[in-house]
Design a protein around this ligand. Structure first.
Ligand code: 3HC
Length: 306
């Protein structure tokens, strides 16, 4: 019992400071949720402009959270938003931010080379006992960790959040073959501590959620290509017939068609055991929309117009 207590206490103290790399929707969401649960957070990006944009995302989302937390008390709402934002420092200095962090979560763009370089830099800067984590949705954690030392690989995992991060309860805790059990346990404790629910899984393509969600999404696109039904009717069917909060086309537009295409193409071409799998075969419809720049909500048009 005493040991369990000691290790829990250690986990809590080890992960007081969190560095989040990447100020996009995911990174700023992760920073926001960690700060809302009393962590000191540094959000890192390459430019002040990107950081300010990330701060804007956080302020907007925190405004929604505050309205529910303190209904009809505008002062308490803005106090809450200020207090949480006050725990997030913005920085373009990756090394300094990682240097004092107990946990570093990378949420940069989905590019393996860039991520490998980032983690090499993080390994050089972060404290020896820091946990290094990637929020990648489709790249193998072990491949991202390839340039790291054996010791660092033992402290590297995946922490996969879902969009919109402040609202979605799940975080996949991805365990590589090298990761130490204590690191997985500490990551699980961190996830619970920020009000989320962990699901631990192995480092395989798509982990749990995307491995199931992407075949479903691609099958919806193929239904459309076969002219079985309109996007609206397919979405209505899955929302009202299967209880999904969004239909597959709404979800594609929400996540970004470029992101969906990037993930399925990657698996279909490079494999990780999925090469050539029909579930992830390219779709002419999806390819055409991406080519035209109709990427979903963010560009004002995807399967729907916004
Ligand atoms: N910040 C804070 N709160 C937010 C928010 C945000 N950015 N976005 C939504 N919310 C909250 C709202 O305040 C509201 O809270 P309440 O229920 O307590 O009042 C709640 O979420 C519902 O929001 P809305 O009423 O505005 O809208 P909806 O009921 O349509 O819900 C949704 C929006 C939560 C996005 C819902 O449609 C949903 O769950 N969609 C599915 C999302 C999903 O599947 N995400 C996973 C995508 S896959 C992924 O991310 C993996 C990646 O690797 C590709």
């Amino acid at each position: 019992r005493a040991r369990a207590f000691a290790s829990t206490a250690a986990a809590q103290s080890a992960i007081r400071r969190v560095a989040v790399i990447g100020g996009g929707q995911m990174g700023s969401g992760i920073a926001q949720v960690a700060a809302a649960h009393k962590h000191d957070v540094t959000l890192v990006d390459v430019s002040q402009e990107a950081l300010e944009r990330g701060k804007g995302y956080m302020a907007k989302s925190l405004g929604r959270v505050a309205k529910k937390k303190f209904p009809e008390d505008a002062q308490a709402q803005s106090r809450f938003v200020e207090e949480v934002l006050g725990r997030v420092s913005l920085s373009t200095d990756l090394k300094a931010a990682a240097g004092s962090a107990g946990l570093v979560i990378e949420a940069a763009v989905e590019n393996i080379k860039l991520k490998q370089e980032l983690f090499a830099g993080l390994a050089a800067a972060a404290p020896e006992d820091a946990i290094l984590a990637s929020n990648t949705s489709s790249l193998p954690i072990a491949r991202i960790a390839a340039p790291l030392s054996a010791e660092r690989k033992r402290r590297m995992i995946g922490l996969h959040f879902f969009n919109p991060v402040p609202q979605m309860k799940l975080v996949e805790v991805v365990r590589t073959d090298e990761a130490e059990q204590q690191v997985v346990d500490d990551a699980v404790a961190f996830v619970k501590g920020i009000g989320k629910v962990p699901a631990v899984c192995k480092d395989t393509p798509g982990f749990i959620v995307n491995r199931l969600l992407l075949p479903y999404t691609m099958e919806a696109v193929r239904l459309l290509e076969r002219d079985v039904a309109s996007p609206r009717d397919i979405d209505t069917a899955m929302k009202l017939g299967a209880g999904y909060p969004m239909g597959p086309f709404e979800l594609c537009d929400y996540v970004g068609l470029d992101t969906i295409k990037f993930i399925v193409d990657g698996w279909h071409k490079e494999g990780q055991g999925l090469a050539g799998d029909k579930l992830f075969a390219p779709s002419a419809k999806l390819d055409e929309l991406v080519k035209k720049g109709h990427l979903g909500v963010k560009t004002g048009r995807g399967f729907y117009e916004y």
